[in-house]
Design a protein around this ligand. Structure first.
Ligand code: BT5
Length: 256
């Protein structure tokens, strides 16, 4: 538990590189350089949000890392429901939504083990993923907006929300953190037992994105299509008007 830190993810990624053990988690009251994906910022007032990161060292192939992001999103939604009542929907790839606005997000980072990991993995694994290299560490960062309101003048007010705004009640952030870690612990256990399919199905069934018409920028053009499905690795399959199926591996720049 840290009173304040730049970013729990940046800090935990550094500790992971220094050899910190699996299971180490950081929780903070305030981030002064909270990160979203790419170079985006994650903003929350001191004491208002659940801001946490978890270090895992899973014996997984790189293609299986997406399951951990799915797990984090599903666990966060379960924890919110258990402690606060409403069940957030998930928006591909990593948003938690309540009332159609963003309640939280997941930021995953990972590193592959250096070098090759030996013949035991065989040629199939080599061909599938990173030439036989396994994950060294994964850091799952989770941010949930809890006990604050976005001021009307905030640029986020139209697109983001908090548990206080949605329920009208102050929530116990400690209880939320406990419920989140209980769900992560149980879900990680299932992944270690090989239950990738169940994790994918739980994530897929919570996605509001499927069936929606999406517009995004691609190399200067605007593309439009209907989100049809997600792959077990976490990519989104979008059917264009032409009938072509496009695979999105990361979120593009959406056009509203
Ligand atoms: C995310 O990125 O949604 C990942 C957020 C992960 C935050 C956690 S907090 C603990 C850990 N440590 C970190 O430093 N980060 C993780 P992305 O999809 O790129 O969304 C970022 C965008 O969401 C920003 O560009 C804003 O438009 C918007 N945003 C910023 N702060 C927000 C908030 N508190 N609630 C809702 N939207 C927000």
């Amino acid at each position: 538990m840290l009173a304040e830190v730049g970013s729990t993810n940046t800090q935990l990624e550094r500790l992971a590189e220094e050899g910190a053990p699996e299971g180490l988690a950081l929780v903070t009251d305030h981030q002064f350089a909270g990160r979203g994906r790419l170079a985006r910022r994650w903003e929350a007032p001191p004491g208002g949000a659940l801001l946490t990161s978890l270090l895992l060292r899973p014996p997984f192939l790189p293609t299986q890392a997406g399951a951990l992001t799915m797990l984090a999103a599903v666990a966060a939604a379960e924890a919110v429901e258990a402690v606060c009542g409403p069940r957030p929907a998930l928006k591909w790839p990593n948003d938690l939504l309540l009332g159609g606005r963003k309640l939280g997000g997941i930021l995953a980072a990972s590193r592959l083990r250096a070098g090759r990991t030996g013949v035991a993995e065989g040629a199939r694994a080599d061909a599938q993923a990173g030439h036989g290299r396994r994950l060294d560490w994964v850091v799952l960062g989770i941010g949930i907006n809890v006990n604050f309101r976005f001021p009307p003048e905030s640029p986020l007010a139209a697109t983001a929300t908090t548990l206080l705004e949605e329920t009208g009640h102050v929530a116990d952030r400690g209880a939320l953190a406990c419920a989140l870690y209980d769900a992560l612990d149980a879900g990680y256990g299932r992944l270690l037992a090989g239950e990738f399919q169940q994790t994918w199905e739980a994530w897929r069934s919570a996605l509001v994105t499927l069936g929606q018409t999406l517009r995004w920028e691609d190399a200067g053009r605007v593309l439009e299509g209907v989100a049809e499905d997600v792959t077990p690795e976490g990519s989104l399959l979008v059917r264009l008007g032409s009938g072509a199926l496009v695979t999105l591996t990361t979120a593009p720049t959406w056009v509203r």
